[in-house]
Design a protein around this ligand. Sequence first.
Ligand code: TYD
Length: 227
Amino acid sequence: MSSGTGLFVTFEGGEGAGKSTQIRRLAEALRARGHEVLLTREPGGSPGAEAVRHVLLSGAAEAFGTRMEAILFAAARNDHVEAVIRPALLQSKIVLCDRFMDSSRVYQGVTGNLEADFIETLQRIAVNGVVPDCTLILDIPARLGLERVKKRSAATASGPDRFEKDELEIHEKRREAYLDIAAREPERCHVVNATQDEEAIAAEILAIVNQLLAPVAAAKMPEAAHE
Ligand code: TYD
């Protein structure tokens, strides 16, 4: 494990991929099996990070440039890690986080055109050793994801946020960037086809996480008595 004895799982993907629905479903399924689960999200998840969230998503920081936004995301992430995620992992909880460091690599790094070195250094400082054990990348064609977001925005009468309003081409680039990360880090990342129906996606995700939990459960079993 990357930190403590818990399990750290992150959900990633483009807009409208269904991360929030699936992360909730996974949390419910794990709790029903008796696991202690902490469900959190970024940007935000701790009081310090929530204070920065509005600045980022309203677009208030946009005028100051992508570098500034990337540093703010990293500052929020570091607060979230130290105040919430690391303590939960040390208490052996399963931490499920809606977006984490790969969002910065993709949104600020690739489509924000920041140098790889800059973004990687920032992430190293932000996560401070707390790297996900498993990252589920919900993959969906950008056009389809954006249609879902539009429907959601119409239903809630909320407009698109700072990043949702980008061009389709940028969203496609993000999709590719996630797939590149998955190809580079196959041990950590699992790509899930998010065009499947909700039940099928939930079952696939649960199967992946169950496999990770099997060794944890085995390690916690009392040793069999020897005859
Ligand atoms: P939010 O409304 O929380 O959620 P969703 O994950 O459903 O889109 O929006 C978060 C937005 O912030 C999203 O457009 C991605 C963006 N983002 C970054 O650009 N960099 C980051 O490091 C993080 C965590 C998010």
